[in-house]
Design a protein around this ligand. Structure first.
Ligand SMILES: Nc1ncnc2c1ncn2[C@@H]1O[C@H](COP(=O)(O)OP(=O)(O)O)[C@@H](O)[C@H]1O
Ligand SMILES: N[C@@H](CCC(=O)OP(=O)(O)O)C(=O)O
Length: 374
């Protein structure tokens, strides 16, 4: 085992499988291969890792079911194919994961789900809950309700944004090539594989071009995805999905495909990302006990430990947590609006229901949605 590979460390991976792999040269879903990836994912899952699967293939599977040989360009036809194909896709995964007694959950996302603060928090909390059960989330873009403006457009980008959302340690992109080459190997026989690079290296963009017959983004979107994923400290591996035992081998530290690393240590990147990406909309002021619970005991922030607040924030927005000395202790995503917080601060979590008439979560900010600033 190569202990230097960042893929041997970290417990949370987003694994993205592209259309080019999932279908058997346009002949419908390749059940045997899907079973092969599921067997490997199940192994990783059993070893205690948390895996989030981002799977393409709905349009390609739908095209096959409908007997279409060419990918349509009309949005309505793509949406129809996706709707038809998504059912076969999840059915196939469910059947394969069932053999390992692992439950699956289908999650269809649009761009709006990750750009709206409230929905962002809802998506994050739902995924966190599924992982804790544990259930294997299988994500795809919600193709049937999208228009061009609210499309992720490709699942490489969606995979990266999910890696940000869940602060994953790695984004693994499985595709039909060995990795990123210095030019498209479809057209250049002497193209050379790039084994490792910085995800932000600008020269990568010039090397990567468009998709094959079934995929939608090509290498260009994979390179962009690696850069996006690196914002929250995730390393990206672009690998051949058909390589035997590719996922198990990556985990054991074998150098396969292309590894694109973040510029900074993951923990530093994660903090900067949360601090920068999530513009804070207000502050909560902690008493000494709450500061101690956050900093020393790794706990969530409860309403009882908050003495006052500032700002007109909404549920899901980022707020600063300020200590008694005025120090910025942490930034986190808050579970209640400012008006609601005003009513429950200094109160025990058991009282939330009586005060507000409902309870969203017992914590004001869950530990998993909080980053310490020291
Ligand atoms: N520099 C490059 N290195 C490797 N592949 C490239 C490069 N530029 C373009 N490609 C193309 O990108 C394709 C993979 O992207 P895509 O078809 O979107 O697959 P997926 O369905 O896995 O997302 C490859 O088949 C390859 O021809
Ligand atoms: N939502 C689409 C994904 C299209 C897509 O991004 O494909 P790919 O470039 O193969 O990852 C589908 O399921 O067909």
């Amino acid at each position: 085992m190569n202990s230097k590979s960042p893929l041997t460390r970290g417990q949370r991976w987003v694994v993205k499988i592209g259309s080019s792999l999932l279908t058997n040269d346009g002949q419908g879903l390749d059940f045997q291969r899907i079973k092969g990836w599921v067997d490997q994912l199940a192994d990783l899952h059993r070893s205690g890792m948390q895996i989030i699967l981002v799977s393409s293939g709905a349009v390609a599977a739908g095209m096959h079911r409908l007997g279409w040989s060419r990918r349509p360009i009309e949005l309505e036809l793509l949406q129809a194919a996706a709707a038809v194909g998504q059912t076969s896709l999840v059915q196939c995964y469910e059947q394969c994961f069932q053999e390992h007694q692992i439950h699956t959950a289908q999650i269809l996302l649009t761009h709006e789900d990750l750009s709206d603060r409230k929905r962002y928090l809802n998506a994050r909390n739902s995924l966190r809950t599924l992982l804790s059960l544990p259930v294997m989330p299988i994500i795809n873009e919600n193709d049937t309700v999208i228009t061009d403006e609210i499309k992720f457009g490709d699942n490489d980008t969606l995979g990266a944004l999910v890696a940000n959302l869940m602060e994953a340690d790695a984004l693994i992109i499985l595709t039909d090539q060995q990795g990123l080459y210095d030019r498209d190997p479809r057209y250049s026989k002497d193209a050379a594989l790039i084994p490792q690079a910085k995800a932000t290296d600008p020269s990568l963009v010039a090397m990567a071009s468009g998709a094959g017959a079934l995929g939608s983004g090509g290498m260009a979107t994979k390179v962009r995805a690696a850069k996006l994923a690196s914002r929250s400290g995730a390393v990206t591996a672009i690998c051949a999905g058909r390589e035997e035992n590719v996922l198990r081998r990556l985990r054991s530290g074998e150098a396969i495909g292309t590894l694109l690393t973040p510029d900074q240590e993951p923990i530093v990147a994660r903090k900067q990302w949360l601090a920068g990406h999530l513009k804070t909309r207000g502050s909560v002021f902690l008493d000494a006990g709450a500061e101690l619970a956050l900093v020393k005991k790794g706990r969530s922030l409860l309403p009882v430990g908050v003495s006052r607040l500032e700002g007109n924030f909404k549920r899901g927005e980022a707020v600063s947590c300020i200590g008694e000395s005025g120090r910025l202790v942490a930034i986190g995503l808050i579970n209640y609006d400012a008006a609601e917080c005003g009513k429950i601060l200094r109160r025990a979590s058991q009282e939330i229901f009586d005060i507000l008439g409902y309870i969203s979560e017992p914590e004001l900010i869950h530990r998993d949605n909080l980053v310490l600033m020291e």
